[in-house]
Write a protein that binds this ligand. Structure first.
Ligand code: SAH
Length: 328
């Protein structure tokens, strides 16, 4: 729901300010219509139903994979594509993957979103409406900003959305903002905003290789980014999640694992998540399972915490940017 339009409508209707909070509580609890909001006066419910769409996003398509992963493609009121994913895990965790922008202005060479046209930043309401879409179907408890876009380039709206996620059931410590390493954003999160987690898309410990994969590394070199991550970790007393995409023959050799372990110091400040690559038409291939296991073992030998991400929703193109890129 467009929360700014809600405020304006309530104001025009001469309603007291607490009405907005009432409506939000219903939305956050998964209400699918104004009719359910029984503590609002009936005439107000009718007016809302006529004048304010329940979501700022229209659902264009939805796909569900055999493993329960569900991916939704939405359009904003001005026709921009937005995608979000719900991952269901056996331990009952329900994790949302949210988009912060339609498209992405950065140009990481392995990423499908990076190759589509950047449209614009999403509003806080458009971010929350992705979460509410899934919340209407079932409770959710984790969120990661790993959908389309670079959240640090739209940090005000992302933080505004994060403030409201706990009322949907997602605590701040179960919310992670994933970044290419946009330095000013990491610095801001150390001192400002709710205590959500930071995930760094690292992908290569070597500066030259990282710049090839992620041109943003020329602007904010990894060494500086890691220094900011250490400061964030000290201030917030949490480990930074490190995402490391496993690309066959590119960044998956034993020496590269050792180099990664060397830069991730102190090791308590970081937690590595190795990501099997979801193939796109970028020309990259994912590493073999054996290479991923060996890489993980090398990190663990050096005392780092490392896990391998479960691959979810592969047959529905659930990787970053894939569905939207296809229909765009
Ligand atoms: N811009 C932010 C958040 C969006 S991308 C960031 O880069 O962190 C979320 C994660 O998905 C990133 O770690 C990105 O590198 C990864 N990713 C991109 N394309 C992928 C693919 N095809 N398979 C697996 N992960 C991918």
């Amino acid at each position: 729901m467009d929360l700014k339009l809600l405020d304006a409508l309530l104001d025009r209707a001469g309603e007291p300010p607490f009405r907005a909070r009432q409506v939000w509580r219903w939305m956050a609890g998964g209400a699918a219509s104004y009719a359910e909001m029984t503590d609002l006066p009936a005439p107000l419910r009718e007016r809302l139903a006529e004048e304010l769409p329940l979501s700022s996003l229209d659902l264009e398509r939805e796909a569900r994979a055999r493993d329960g992963t569900q991916k939704a493609l939405f359009r904003t009121a001005d026709g921009k594509a937005v995608e979000a994913v719900l991952m269901r895990y056996r331990d009952a965790r329900r994790s949302l993957c949210l988009s912060s922008q339609s498209g992405c202005p950065l140009t990481c060479t392995f990423c499908a979103t990076g190759r589509m046209r950047f449209a614009r930043n999403l509003t806080a309401s458009e971010i929350l409406d992705q979460a509410l879409h899934f919340r209407r179907a079932e409770p959710v408890d984790h969120a990661v900003f790993m959908g389309m876009g670079e959240p640090m380039l739209n940090l005000d709206a992302v933080l505004e959305a994060c403030q409201r996620l706990p009322s949907i059931g997602i605590a701040h410590r179960r919310t992670a903002i994933s970044t290419v390493g946009w330095l000013p954003g990491i610095e801001r999160l150390a001192t400002e905003g709710p205590p959500v987690r930071v995930a760094l898309s690292l992908h290569a410990a070597d500066e030259a290789l990282r710049s090839e994969l992620m041109p943003v590394n020329d602007r904010y070199p990894l060494a500086d980014v890691l220094a900011a991550c250490r400061r964030w970790s000290e201030r917030r007393r949490m480990a930074v999640f490190v995402e490391y995409l496993m690309l066959d023959g590119v960044n998956d050799r034993y020496e590269q694992a050792l180099a990664l372990a060397r830069v991730l110091q102190p090791r308590e400040a970081f937690k590595v998540n190795l990501i099997p690559y979801n193939p796109t038409d970028s020309g990259f291939e994912g590493s073999t399972r054996a290479a991923i296991d060996a890489f993980r073992a090398a990190l663990e030998e050096r005392g780092l915490r490392a896990t391998v991400r479960l691959t979810r929703g592969r047959e529905i193109d659930a990787a970053c940017g894939q569905l939207a890129a296809r229909v765009a």
